[in-house]
Each structure stands twice: as C-alpha cells, then as structure tokens.
Design a protein around this ligand. Structure first.
Ligand code: GCB
Length: 656
C-alpha cells in the first residue's frame, strides 16, 4: 500500500448523513387503522455462493414457491434456530420471505397506507406485488415506506422480503467474511469478534397502517419540571406530511390535551400553524424510576388532534408521556433533582428457538424478574431493543441506557463513521420520547486506543449531542484508561472489566482493590461520573463446588460479592453512580471453546430461572434501594433462619 493510500484511508470527515422520517409507533385511532402481517411466511435460503441469484432471477415477481421450494417461517423470529439444519443456523448471506395478504376496498379511498418493519437484521429489500418498496440497512431499528400506490385494494397482495445477514468492516456491527477450504470445497465463513450470535431475519412485527392524506408524521416532546417538581412542562413539536400542509399554509393547527391515569384532562393547548409549543401540568406527577418512588413509571396520555381550516379534523395520534427532568455534572447524575444510583444489568434480546425475535411472553417475564430482583436500570447491550420493550420500561419505571449497534468498533473508516452516525440518528429518532431512556450509549468496547479513535468518537459523540442535548452520552469502554482516547468526548464514563474471570482467573482475592483502583483511574483521568457497566463470571446452572471454583454457582456468587465491596467503597466517593452485572440471562454466542452452549454469565438461566447469585443480587439491590431511595423491601427478601429471642442472630428484612 502506497503512502498516499494509507494517508487517504486515515482521513475521516464529519459528513452530513441522511436522516430518518416519520416512524411513530403504529397506533389505532379514530383516523388510523393498524394491521399486523405477523404469522407464518414462506421462506427460502439462497445459495451462499450465489447470494444475488434471487434478485437476478426476479424471485420477487411471483410467489417465491414458483422459483424455489419454500418452508414455513414464523415472523417475528430469527430464522437460525427454527429448523434442525446446521446450514440454516450458520447461513451467511441472503434469505427470502414472502406472504399474501388482503387489503380491504375501503383502504383505497381517501387515505394513505404505510408498511412498517420493527426490525430486520441486517439489511432488508422489500417488494410489494413485485415492485420495489423499500431498502434498509441496520438491524434492530424500524423502517417504513408508503405503499398506497403499490397495493391492490379489495384484492390479494404479495409482500416479498430479501434479508442479508452479512457483516463486513463497514457495517454496524462489524464482521469479516472469508472463504475457507472445507471437505467438500470452499465454505463462506462469517466471523465477528462480538460475543453474541448473529441471529438474523424479520425480528420484529410487520405492520400495515393507514393515515389520512395529511397526517401527523412526527412528534417530538421534551419535558421539564419546576424546581420543586410541582409543575410539569411538555414542549412539543409536530411535523405534518401531506398536501394540505403545503397548499393551505397557515391554516393547519393542532389541539393537544394531556390526560392523567384516571382519564381526567389536566392540560390543553391549541397551537398555531407552526405546530410547536408547550403544555403545563399543575400538581404534576413526575415520572420516577422503580423503587425511587411509591408510584414509579407515571405516564400521561398526550392526545394530538390535527385540524385543517374550518375545524376540519384531519388526524389523531396519542402517545404516552412521562414528565421528568435529567441533569448531570462532573460528579453526579440526577433525575427530577434527585441523584441516581443505577443498579442494573447488561442484557440481550435472546431466547431459545426464536433467537432475537420479539416475544411478548418473554418480555413480560423479564420485566417481572427485573422488578423481583430490585433492578432499576439496564443497558440495551449491544443494540436497540424492541419498541414494545421501551414502552414496558416507561410503564414500569425501568431506566434505560440506550445503546446503538456498534460493538468492538475498530478500523475506523469513513463508511463506518457514516453508518455509525446513522445508527444513532435512527435510534434517537425512534426513542427520544421515552422517559425511560436516560442516557445514550454510542458504542460497546470500541478499540479506543487505536489511531483515529479520538477524531472518530469526537464526531460520533458531538453528532449524538446535536440530535439530543437532554440526555448524557456514554460508551462502555474496556481498554485501560491510560490508553483510551474517547472518554473526553463522553459525559459519563462506563467501563467493563472481568476481574477473577478473564484476568486472574479464579482469584477472588484479586477483585475488590482492582475495581476500586480502575474506577478511580477513570475518574482521575476525565473528572466525570463513572459506572461499572459489566462484570461477572460464567456459571453453569446446577454446578456446585465448595470452595468456590470457576463456572460454579458458588463462584459467581462470590465474584458478585467481591464487587459489591468495591462498589460500596466507591459509592462514598459520590462520582461512582452505578453497577451493572453482566448478564441478566444466559445467551447464545458463536461456537467457541470458551463457551458451553453460549455465554453463561447470566444471573438467570436462558429459560429465565434464577441461579444462586440472583438471590444475593436481589438482597443487594433492595438493600441499596432502601438506603439510597428509601424504598420498601419485599417481605420474602430473607429466608427465616432461627428465632433466638430477638438477639443479633435474627436475620430478616428488619435488619436493613
Ligand atoms: C464483554 C462484552 C460482552 C461479552 C462479555 C463476556 O466485555 O462487552 O459482549 O459478552 O464481555 O462475557 O465476555
């Protein structure tokens, strides 16, 4: 490589990128209908050595089954674990889905129809009735397009999706594809350094929905509280799409009303044609995190009515609003004026059979476990989670550190930067109205010691700040603080470290002081609040070894406990603001000799049952809740041991 080429590849510029539009969660109202296309679709896996065959041969022009034999495939779900075939589980490249659906005659009259995907991993190409409808790159994030002109009304229609799971050095996340000789010839191998299985497919719901011709395309809200938390402010900004907006400028206006949980109207306002303004809620009930208040997750309903001249009602959209305020300094992070101490998890969207496919039963179980264990937060490691789970978090008062899909980011280049920024743009656009989102995480374990990391993360962080200045920015960093070049661009420093696991394996006596010293090192270097965003140990459920030995339940319990000691020492220093265990539950990874059926650092098993450490963690999280936030603690937190006449041996919740 000539010098010029090297130099050229090192230059990265902060270019403008395309921004997303619309994407309000599909909701029914008196002016909108929503239909799901979830169910069983037809499915074909392309030949790995000929991934574009289907496009060249026009598989989208007719039923897939006319081109290739199809199998049934559930949507939403990852396709990898549905069959018993290794070839599908480890498939690299494109797969195809199609299905038929009926569109009622009434939808063809005086309205518009939209097709929306909650997420397809990694890249999607969509045809409706054989005509290209939309393309989208980036897993875990929604995309939509208007299909009014592509549909047949009062008739059957066909939708075809081609999905490509290939990850390369310019995708987010990055991967590498190589050809390796195998027994029969050559195999296409997808490799990646990140530690979770690259599940693929139509992962979340597919919706068709209608809107009026002129409709509410976007709503952005920002909330605030008066200094004594008695008055809430909801600033809104509405974007309209449609001809009425262009033709009749100055005649559109909106009426906004806020209803409390009892359905009583507590605020209303009529906008002017700019569709920007604010509402005030007296005697407001702020949105509080779980265990920080007796009534956490308080949500109001914001109803938006869009009118044309002469009071003609065009469109109605409703969304839940939590009224809260965030602020941060170099030593603290506050919600509604009160310091936050995070007690949470890194998680994954992962389950047996369905992989990363949306599963409402699993989601409800996970939130019940989060509440059972007394957690108040989690990080959406290492990609955006479903919109449905964000709504759940709003309702339950669980705080979210919302992470984009950039993992193990390295080899910083222009195409990667553009896509990385796009992933954050799409994420902020999707999640900006959720009260549960309290921080943006711009990367997990980026190689921030490398050349260009400084410039690269300056661009990424500042871009994220330009999209939303109301939430702090973090990244979960694993390089030693001395080598790191990104932390100065963040508001809060998060670090991942596996003492007694990856370093000094088995040495429980080498945890506490090391955690204290590393956290202190980060704080000294940057003078910002610090979170330990990952720590833990792989644990095989049911393996008991005394004295504690790696992989046993005893060992996980001890590793957690040694960290607790460090966290308590750090908490006294004020700038240490949170602890996140890795991981909430066991999850699947690529095959490796360090993984037995996947990563087993879960405090819960993959089937969502507690390991021994879960009981210890529960006692700590509630004890912290009691100390920091004066929460009530559950009566079954401690198991009865013995009654020795009220002496010091008594060991129950009143001890706290
Ligand atoms: C990490 C990564 C996480 C892995 C974890 C582990 O640092 O952020 O994705 O799963 O370590 O268990 O190795």
């Amino acid at each position: 490589m000539g010098l010029r080429k090297i130099f050229k590849s090192l230059i990265i510029l902060n270019k403008e990128i395309e921004t997303s539009r619309g994407m309000l969660y599909p909701r029914e109202s008196e002016t909108r209908e929503v239909r799901t296309l979830d169910g069983i679709w037809n499915f074909v896996r392309s030949d790995e050595t000929n991934p574009t065959q289907g496009v060249r041969d026009g598989w989208f022009k007719d039923d897939l089954s006319k081109s290739m034999p199809t199998i049934p495939m559930p949507v939403p779900a990852s396709y990898n674990d549905i069959t018993t075939e290794q070839a599908l589980r480890d498939h690299v490249g494109t797969v195809w889905y199609d299905r038929k659906f009926f569109v009622p005659r009434s939808w063809g009259q005086d309205q518009r129809v939209w097709l929306r995907f909650g997420s397809v991993h990694y890249e999607a190409f969509v045809w409706v009735n054989g005509r290209m409808a939309v393309k989208h790159e980036m897993g875990h994030l929604p995309f939509e397009t208007e299909v009014t002109h592509l549909l047949k009304y009062g008739a059957e229609n066909r939708i075809t999706v081609m999905c490509d799971n290939a990850l390369i050095q310019t995708t987010v996340p990055q991967g590498k594809i190589s050809e390796v000789a195998n027994d029969g010839g050559v195999a296409i191998i997808q490799s990646y350094t990140f530690d979770f299985f690259n599940y693929a497919g139509i992962h979340r719901s597919v919706h068709l929905y209608t809107t009026p011709k002129t409709f509410i395309e976007e709503v952005e809200i920002k909330t605030n509280l008066s200094p004594n938390n008695s008055v809430g402010t909801v600033d809104y900004s509405i974007t309209v799409n449609g001809t009425a907006a262009n033709e009749a400028e100055n005649t559109l206006f909106a009426r906004l009303q806020i209803y409390n949980r009892e359905g009583v109207q507590v605020a209303n306002v009529t906008s002017d044609s700019k569709l920007v303004g604010s509402l005030q809620v007296e005697n407001v009930k702020p949105w509080w995190p779980y265990l920080m208040h007796s009534s956490p997750g308080y949500l109001y309903e914001l109803e938006i009515q869009l009118y044309a001249a002469k009071e003609q009602l065009l469109d109605v959209y409703r969304l839940n609003v939590g009224i809260r305020t965030l602020s941060w300094t170099n030593t603290s992070f506050l919600i509604n004026g009160k310091p936050i101490y995070f007690r949470g998890f890194g998680r994954h969207e992962d389950a047996d059979v369905r992989g990363k496919g949306l599963d409402n039963a699993l989601m409800a179980r996970d939130f019940n476990l989060l509440k059972w264990i007394g957690a108040n937060a989690y990080r959406t490691s290492h990609y955006p989670y479903s919109e449905e789970s964000m709504q759940f978090a709003d309702q339950h008062g669980i705080m979210i550190i919302d992470e984009c899909p950039s993992v193990d980011t390295e080899n910083f280049n222009q195409a990667l930067l553009d896509r990385h920024k796009s992933s954050l743009e799409q994420l902020v656009h999707r999640d900006r109205n959720h009260p549960s989102v309290v921080m943006w995480s711009i990367a997990n374990e980026p190689r921030t010691g490398q050349v260009n990391a400084d410039t690269y993360f300056q661009f990424v962080a500042n871009y994220t700040r330009s999209l939303d200045s109301t939430r702090p920015i973090t990244a979960a960093i694993a390089v030693p603080s001395n080598d790191d070049k990104a932390g100065r661009h963040l508001d809060i420093i998060s670090f991942n470290r596996y003492n007694a696991w990856y370093s000094n394996t088995g040495r429980l006596d080498m945890v506490t002081e090391r955690v204290i010293s590393e956290a202190t090192g980060w704080n000294k270097k940057y003078g910002k609040p610090v979170i330990m965003s990952e720590y833990g140990a792989d644990t095989l459920e049911g393996l008991h070894l005394q004295p504690a030995y790696v992989w046993s339940e005893e060992f996980q319990t001890e590793v957690l406990s040694r960290h607790f000691k460090a966290f308590d020492a750090l908490r006294r220093k004020k700038w240490f603001i949170g602890e996140f265990v890795w991981n909430f539950a066991d999850f699947k990874t690529a095959q490796s000799y360090t993984r037995v059926g996947g990563n087993k650092k879960g405090v819960f098993t993959r089937a969502r049952q507690p390991k021994a450490a879960a009981h210890l963690l529960r006692q700590r999280y509630f004890a912290l809740g009691r100390e920091v936030d004066q929460c009530n603690i559950p009566s079954d937190l401690f198991t009865y041991i013995v009654d020795v006449g009220g002496s010091n041996f008594k060991h129950d919740s009143t001890d706290l």
